[in-house]
Design a binder for this molecule. Structure first.
Ligand code: PMV
Length: 286
């Protein structure tokens, strides 16, 4: 059976969310497709290679199979992954592959898990691989849509986006960098988090107001820069986009990864158009 799950972008609130502030996160129309076929052995095929259970090359899929097999007895399975989501650039590829793998396994082996149960397993897999995780990415991949976190209030986004991928980055490194800054300048950094929190809540309540959202994108980017997670390359690109009339910000951890902004009649050169995605994990026709 074949299943798919969407990736995500963080519209507002990254880093501040680690310290209990709000974030606004949306599923996007880039999906990861996973086919699971019952077999005598475990075989995992993706753009990263062909392996058996391999916690280095295919950590998320291998842990997903391990966690699933704790719930249902299976001899083996052939997994084939085709993903539209760039790997390791903050667009939620890891959560999407995990959730889609669990859904495909559930359908192939008739275990009848609800999406809630799939999400719980996906969160365990995220912890297995990362050690620490907020669980937001698997939540978005499971349910789709856009949400104000932590209250899980649904928000409908009336825009398409452009995304520019500047290559992979390390979320752990960027989170550690912000933690260090907070330790040195705790009052100042807490106030930056509070400002990010305020603009995130404002964005969720004024999501239909294009001009306001663009202004908040620019303010959030400036605050992320103040937190030290922008780079000269990102700053230069955002200034160039500004000349073309586009407002943009980092989405995710920064230090590389992706920036995004709202689509106008056109999108900027060398950017990828992505849309708000309503649908979460689903079974595909095989
Ligand atoms: O770049 P991503 O998708 O790994 O997002 C990281 C978001 C942070 O707020 C920086 C960390 C977190 O766990 O929320």
């Amino acid at each position: 059976m074949r299943a798919s799950a969407p990736g995500k972008i963080i519209l507002f609130g990254e880093h501040a969310v680690v310290y209990g502030r709000h974030s606004l996160v949306s599923a996007i129309n880039l999906r990861c497709y996973v086919e699971a076929k019952e077999s005598k052995e475990v075989l995992i095929k993706s753009s990263l290679g062909v392996t058996s259970l391999d916690f280095k090359i295919h950590p998320y899929v291998s842990y997903a199979i391990k966690r699933f097999s704790e719930k249902a007895k299976i001899d083996g399975v052939k997994i084939e992954i085709k993903s539209e989501i760039p790997i390791g650039s903050g667009l939620g590829s890891s959560a999407a592959v995990t959730v889609a793998t669990l859904k495909a396994l559930d359908a192939e082996f008739n275990t009848g898990f609800t999406n809630e149960e799939i999400l719980e397993l996906a969160k365990l897999v995220e912890l297995d691989v990362q050690g620490r995780a907020s669980g937001v990415d698997p939540f978005i991949s499971t349910y789709g849509g856009a949400w104000l976190i932590p209250e899980k209030k649904r928000v409908v986004i009336p825009y398409d986006f452009f995304v520019i991928n500047l290559g992979s980055k390390s979320t752990a490194e960027m989170v550690a960098k912000v933690a260090k800054l907070r330790k040195r300048h705790s009052k100042t950094v807490e106030r930056i988090f509070d400002a990010i929190d305020a603009l995130t809540v404002e964005a969720a309540s004024k999501i239909d107001d294009y001009k306001t959202i663009e202004e908040l994108i620019s303010i959030n980017q400036s605050l992320l820069r103040a937190l030290g997670v922008s780079t000269p390359e990102i700053d230069k690109l955002i200034a160039e986009l500004d000349e073309l009339g586009f407002k943009a910000k980092i989405t995710g951890a920064g230090g590389g990864g992706c920036i995004f902004g709202l689509k106008k009649e056109k999108i900027p050169p060398e950017s990828l158009q992505v849309s708000y995605e309503e649908e979460g994990v689903r079974i595909e026709d095989s």
